[in-house]
Structures are given as C-alpha cells and as structure tokens.
Design a protein around this ligand. Structure first.
Ligand code: NDP
Ligand code: MG
Length: 393
C-alpha cells in the first residue's frame, strides 16, 4: 500500500541523500516520517524543510553541533535516544539503515523488534551481529532488503530460485584505486589518492575500505548472513568497470548476473520499491546502459598479496564468535587514523592484524558482548598506535 512510510537513519550521508533523491521523484509512493543525522545540521535542516518528517533527531557529537541544532532544528530530539526513536517510529513501515559504522546496530535491532521491514545499507551491522540480526528477523518474521549493490544484485538473481540450487555466489570488486599500483609504492599513497575511487562516489570510510578491499571482505560476510550461503561457496572476482554488480552460479553451471551503470540509486529503488520496480524514466539519475559505454567488460583474479585486509577479514568472518566485531572495531579506528593523517596506508592492515591476534573471542555473543568486542578493538588500535609513535620518537 502507498505511500510507504520511511524512517531514515543517516539522512545527510551518501546513501541517505540518494534515498531522498528517490523519495523526491516518487512522491506518490513514499513519505519520510522520521530522519536522523549526526553533525551536518545545515543539510538536515534543509531536508526537514523539504520532506516535513514528523520526527527529526540529531546525534550532535559536539557542543557546537548541539548549539546549532537547537537554533536550526528547535523541534529535533538530540543525542543517542534519537536513533532508537527514529528506528521504531510508530508510523514507519520501513527503516532505511544508512548510518556509517557501529551505531546502526542497536537501532536496527530495535526496528526489527518493532516489526519494521529493513532496507539495509549499513553493512557493519550484519558483519558484527549477523547471527543476532538474522535470528531476530526470523523470529519476528521481518524481511531485510539489501541496499549494498552486490547484495542487491544477488537478491535479484535469486528471485524465483531455490536455495538448494545455488552453486556459488560471485561477488564483483572494482579493485579500487590501487589495483595496479606497484606494491612498493603502496607504503606512501596519500589519503587523497585512497579517496579517489575509480567507479563509485561514496562516504569516506567505505571508500578507504574499498581501496584496501576490506569492503569486499565485509560484503562476503554480509552475504553469508543475508543469503545463508557458506563461505566455501563464495568467490570474489575483480571487475574494474563495475557494470556487473555480482553473479550467482547455479548447480547446472548457469550463471545469472545483474548489470547496470554504477549507481547506488538503483539498489535503493529496488529495496524501497520491492516487490514492484520503480520506473527509471521518472528519474534524472538512472542512465540507460548504452552499448558503447560497455563495449568491453573485464574480469581478473583477485591478487591476494596486494590486499592483506581482505584475507584478514574473511578469516575473521569464518572464525566467527566476536572476531568479526573486533574486525569492524579495529577497521573503523584504523581507517579513522589513516583519514586524519596519523598512520600510513599499509599500517591499516598491520594494526588490524595485531588486534585480531590479541583478540579473545567469545562464542555466540549477545549485544553487549558484541559492542564490547568492538570497543575493545578500537581501544587496542589506539594503544598500539601510541606505542608505535613512542618507539619511533
Ligand atoms: P556517509 O559517511 O556518507 O554517511 C553517514 C551518515 O550517517 C551521515 O548521515 C551521518 O550524519 C550519519 N551518522 C553517522 N553517525 C551517526 C550517529 N551517531 N547518529 C546519527 N547519524 C549518524 O556514509 P555512506 O552513506 O557512504 O555509508 C552509509 C552506510 O552504507 C555504511 O555502512 C556503508 O558501508 C554502507 N554503504 C554505502 C555505500 C555508498 O555508496 N555510499 C554502498 C554500500 C554500502 P552526519 O553527516 O550528519 O554526520
Ligand atoms: Mg558494495
């Protein structure tokens, strides 16, 4: 039934803004009833003006942000409670979970508990707590629709197919900006180079994760939970053009692939519109695929020695317990250190490896143990980094 009523976590981010682009083009079909952001108060205020949600919340991570939120958004709920209030808003049918990093977990679980359909962009949530999220969703009978482009592709390929007929999932990876960089140059690559993704424009954290291929490993773990497929049945193939968004091979050897020009609007439209499809002709952001644009598509094997984060992360996923939580926490902190110029590119993998080596995993962690393992990993990255500086000086 329309309009579908949307609660949006992370409205000011890359996925959040593109979600609002879709809502803007299909005003009959969607209405935003609640939205949450953290620090971009100016943009949030503009969005509130345009979309008129019933509830707006701002996490406000500093006194300055809080002051400007009080001025520009007098009705907004401030602080941590806001995320939960948006996620469980009584009028919402569907939650678009598009915050970055760890904060999405609790609100996503709360939304599932409240019976909301989940359109999930925030991959860290499934990686950290895949068992908790999928069990809760099954218990309540709630669906999780993927927004990540690879998972949207697999989701589309699997329609009308039976689980027993899946031979393997083939996730495509662009290879990021350093696919061909000589290995000896990786030590000195800059933040700016790492942020220059060849095919996708995304938020900073996921862009760095795409350069290290941490992102692809997180997507392998995400696929394991979303589609219930074991790790032995997943493979990654490098595909620099980012036109084939992923593939499924069936037991008879047939492979289905999903293609489009790279655009996150499309998977967002898929998740919001499902089971219907929204017409791209009504948008100004979905470009029709023309043959000269895709005259040649290339596929290459993944060069593992170039991407240590990939191996570390898939290993953590396979080991399970709280290893994936430690992975997500360590990666978040290490990427933050890199983005703020405190460590070099290669140190991201070194710090994550050191943290995983020290981690004492717990089996079947509950929410508290999940969050504690993340927090421990973040602290441990900081401590290891401080020790390194002391040794260097
Ligand atoms: P961005 O960094 O662009 O945006 C993050 C959003 O989350 C911003 O709106 C930010 O608010 C908000 N946010 C962060 N922390 C809080 C908090 N504590 N309370 C409230 N809001 C908060 O990230 P992306 O949009 O790139 O990515 C979002 C998620 O989607 C990530 O998990 C990413 O891995 C995943 N994803 C993204 C893709 C992409 O193309 N961008 C593709 C596939 C998956 P503010 O700006 O106000 O600080
Ligand atoms: Mg992706």
């Amino acid at each position: 039934t329309f309009p579908k009523r949307i609660a949006l976590l992370g409205s000011t981010g890359s996925i959040g803004r593109q979600t609002l682009d879709v809502v803007r083009r299909f005003p009959e079909q969607f209405r935003v009833v609640a939205m949450a952001a953290r620090s971009n108060v100016d943009l949030l205020a503009q969005q509130v003006q345009e979309f008129q949600p019933d509830l707006v919340t701002c996490y406000a991570d500093s006194p300055e942000v809080e002051a400007s939120a009080r001025r520009l958004l007098p009705r907004a709920l401030l602080g941590e409670q806001g995320l939960l209030a948006v996620a469980t808003h009584a009028d919402a049918d569907i939650l678009v979970a598009a915050t970055s990093g760890l904060v999405g977990l609790m609100p996503t679980l709360a939304a599932i508990g409240a019976g909301k359909t989940i359109a999930l962009a925030n991959k860290e949530t499934l990686v950290m707590a895949g068992h908790l999220v999928t069990q809760a969703a099954q218990r309540v009978g709630v669906s999780i629709y993927p927004i990540d482009s690879e998972h949207s592709a697999i989701w589309q390929c699997l329609r009308g197919e039976e689980q027993k007929n899946i031979h393997r999932l083939l996730l495509t990876a662009s290879g990021g900006p350093f696919r061909k960089t000589p290995l000896e140059d990786l030590k000195t690559v800059t933040v700016k180079q790492a942020l220059a993704h060849p095919t996708w424009s995304m938020g900073p954290k996921i862009t760095i994760d795409s350069a290290t291929l941490m992102n692809k490993a997180l997507e392998v773990i995400e696929s394991h939970w979303l589609f219930g497929v074991p790790y032995e049945k997943m493979e990654v193939v490098v595909h620099p053009e980012s036109v084939i968004h992923s593939m499924v091979e069936f037991v008879d050897g047939s492979i289905k692939m999903q293609a489009s020009l790279p655009s996150m609007h499309l998977p967002i439209m898929n998740a919001l519109g499902y089971p219907d499809r929204l017409a791209s002709a009504e948008t100004d952001f979905i470009r029709e695929l023309r043959w000269p644009d895709v005259a040649a598509l290339h596929f290459e094997e993944l060069e593992l020695s170039r991407f240590p984060c990939f191996r570390l992360a898939v290993e953590a996923g396979k080991r399970g317990g709280t290893y994936p939580c430690a992975l997500v926490g360590a990666d978040e902190e290490a990427v933050e250190l890199f983005l703020t110029g405190k460590i070099g590119y290669l140190e991201i993998a070194q710090l994550i490896e050191a943290v995983l080596e020290r981690h004492q995993s717990i089996e079947q962690p509950d929410v508290a143990a999940t969050l504690e393992a993340c927090a421990w990993a973040r602290r441990t990255v900081r401590e290891l980094w401080k020790k390194r500086i002391q040794v260097q000086s």
